[in-house]
Design a protein around this ligand. Sequence first.
Ligand SMILES: [Zn+2]
Ligand SMILES: [Zn+2]
Length: 346
Amino acid sequence: MRAAIYRGPGEITVEEVPRPEIESPTDAIVRVTHTAVCGSDLWFYRGQSDREEGSRVGHEPMGIVEDVGDDVRSVEPGDRVFAPFVISCGRCEFCRKGLHTSCVNGDSWGGDNGGGQGEYVRATEADGTLVRVPDRHADDEDTLEAILPLTDVMGTGHHAAVSAGVNEGDTCIVVGDGAVGLCGVLAARRLGAERIIAMGHHEDRLELAESFGATETIAARGQDAVDAADDLTNGGANHVLECVGAASAMETAIDVCRPGGTVGYVGVPHGVDDSGLDVFSLFGDNIALNGGVAPVRAYADELLADVLQGTLDPSPIFTKTVDLDGVPEGYRAMDEREAIKVLVKL
Ligand SMILES: [Zn+2]
Ligand SMILES: [Zn+2]
């Protein structure tokens, strides 16, 4: 089969690799039909995080079940399924408390299980990991493109909103206008926020944020952004969604949080270790920091229900579509900010 491979910073290739096969009774083989390039893929693409050269890439697979192991009960060959960005068992202590990202039987995509940007993946712990799309929606292309972000960015934006404590009638600020930030806006609206202030650097993305439910936008950086948020909220919002991960975004999120408020953070931390996180800025105003890597499997069913009902559609974040051979071009387009998020159709 063919799959995308990381060959070093700035270099993704599509190569022939062994096709994964059932190895354990809890495995399923999925023929990937849709996947995506992720903002978090850009960290290794830019050489800003380590990744083994020659490793498979991608972690947002959707497709058709091809084969299942003897113990798999929840899916069967022919089913349309999608998988969150980590594999989880669904039965350990952490899966049962909704913290699937800490699953003791968990795994990530990208080893010999296939990588998400390739023709086939092996889902170990298929029953705990794969989410089945009901048959009547299983071949509707528009619906599938709205479901695909549930593999990662929609669940992650939702985790930011939940972690920030967003509820009916609240005012919140979303820091970041990438795919996760935009999904954070959708999530905040879905949870009933009354005012959603989207903060970013790109006018076109902030326009999309408005179509997703942002009531106000701030296109500025650093202190200018903080000042603008202070003006709009008379001293900050009680609920702030940090959807970037860079140290500067975390600082901005804390700066625009109202005393006693909560920052829900979901961006993969970058640069925070070098500059340090100023805990005093949290201490002085009793600001809570909540969140972390999003257990998107915990949210998949409720978000899927809304997509199928037609009340949630994150698919406009896909601003470019490529085929498997176009995956390297997809990375380039996202790296150069030409695309918000790239859809890969196999
Ligand atoms: Zn992702
Ligand atoms: Zn588990």
